[in-house]
Design a protein around this ligand. Structure first.
Ligand SMILES: CC(C)(COP(=O)(O)OP(=O)(O)OC[C@H]1O[C@@H](n2cnc3c(N)ncnc32)[C@H](O)[C@@H]1OP(=O)(O)O)[C@@H](O)C(=O)NCCC(=O)NCCS
Length: 313
């Protein structure tokens, strides 16, 4: 087995492995990984995807890639052929070790983030812990829409819920920055800490198909009527023909515990039910117990626990 630079290969070399990864994401997360896979293949063809491939007899049977975002490196993916036992985790660890070392040695890189959605918590710990990463377990939760009676939750006279609008881009970024000040999720994703970072986050969610395809019909904004200010939002993406994913839900601290979070989730669920969606999923940090309690009360169930890792040099 050899570990080689991913840029030495053409997209056709990776395609068979990606087919397996698409099937794994479908089985484990009810997530159609096809669009992400196509993006990966396009980047490979352009020879601009940094990463490593595990090779045996000329075939790629595992890979991991990363992206540079200013002074941060983000580990985008890690996948090793599932039939590759008994050394699958060993190969994953070797790939990660290469990726981590490359990022740590890249000039100007002071931070590395990774979220391994398709790996169970603790599955690939060693390379991260050895390099001084912190670990944040996160929960992948799912709600079967048909199993839950339509909720009648609405917002009171004080507030108004409207459909997502591109015109609210700046105010949505400002809301996200304010909602995550001092929050554990801004330790995991440093984009939340600043306005330009939150704008980049929104851009990734709304304009790029990396985390599903943004669904403006199931995404809502809540305004306080008196001041006409944006105080809450929920963003959803389509990740399979019948599955949506909540990519963001937040409320300004001073407006919490009034039922707005629940009302926004009910609005998205109602819209998705009417359009024939069967499931909604989301991810939440295990330490965010208020949010988890809210999701459980609504009927979300934990499907898996995975790890987010962060390194600051
Ligand atoms: C998670 C979050 C969106 C919830 O929003 P919220 O508007 O506070 O949610 P709700 O009011 O619907 O429900 C939360 C609480 O209100 C209570 N509540 C719900 N409906 C209520 C009502 N009609 N009247 C009074 N209280 C109510 C709930 O029991 C719950 O109790 P708690 O205050 O002890 O937690 C909000 O806390 C937030 O923005 N957090 C920071 C960002 C974040 O963590 N986002 C989730 C990432 S996965």
């Amino acid at each position: 087995m050899e570990i080689l630079d991913l840029r030495h290969f053409a997209s056709a070399d990776l395609r068979p492995l990606l087919e397996e990864e698409i099937s794994a994401w479908g089985r484990l997360l009810s997530w159609d990984y096809t669009i992400s896979a196509e993006m990966i293949l396009r980047y490979m063809d352009a020879k601009i995807l940094p990463g490593y491939a595990a090779i045996e007899r000329g075939n790629i049977f595992g890979y991991s890639f990363f992206v540079y975002e200013h002074s941060k490196g983000v580990i985008g993916d890690l996948f090793v052929r599932e039939t590759r036992t008994p050394d699958r985790h060993e190969v994953e660890e070797q790939l990660l070790t290469h990726v981590i070392e490359t990022l740590q040695q890249s000039p100007g890189i002071h931070r590395i983030e990774a979220q391994l959605l398709a790996h169970q918590t603790g599955e690939v710990l060693r390379p991260f812990l050895q390099q001084g990463f912190s670990r944040h377990p996160r929960v992948f939760m799912s709600l079967e829409i048909g199993k839950h009676a339509p909720s009648v939750t609405g917002v009171t006279q004080q507030f108004e819920m409207r459909l997502w609008s591109e015109q609210q881009y700046q105010s949505a970024a400002a809301l996200i920055t304010a909602a995550y000040r001092g929050h554990v999720d801004s330790e995991i994703n440093d984009q939340y800490r600043t306005l330009p970072g939150s704008l980049r986050f929104l851009n990734n969610i709304v304009r790029f198909p990396g985390c599903g395809t943004f669904d403006p019909q199931a995404s809502f904004l809540v305004f306080e009527r008196r001041s006409n200010t944006l105080i809450g939002l929920i963003l959803c993406s389509q990740i399979r023909s019948d599955v949506a994913h909540v990519t963001q839900v937040c409320v300004l601290p001073e407006f919490r515990s009034s039922g707005l979070g629940e009302a926004m989730l009910a609005a998205s669920t109602k819209n998705l039910r009417a359009r024939g969606f069967r499931f909604i999923s989301l991810t939440v940090t295990e330490a965010n117990d208020r949010a988890i309690a809210l999701y459980k009360r609504i009927g979300f169930e934990s499907a898996r626990v995975f790890d987010a890792f962060v390194w600051e040099g």
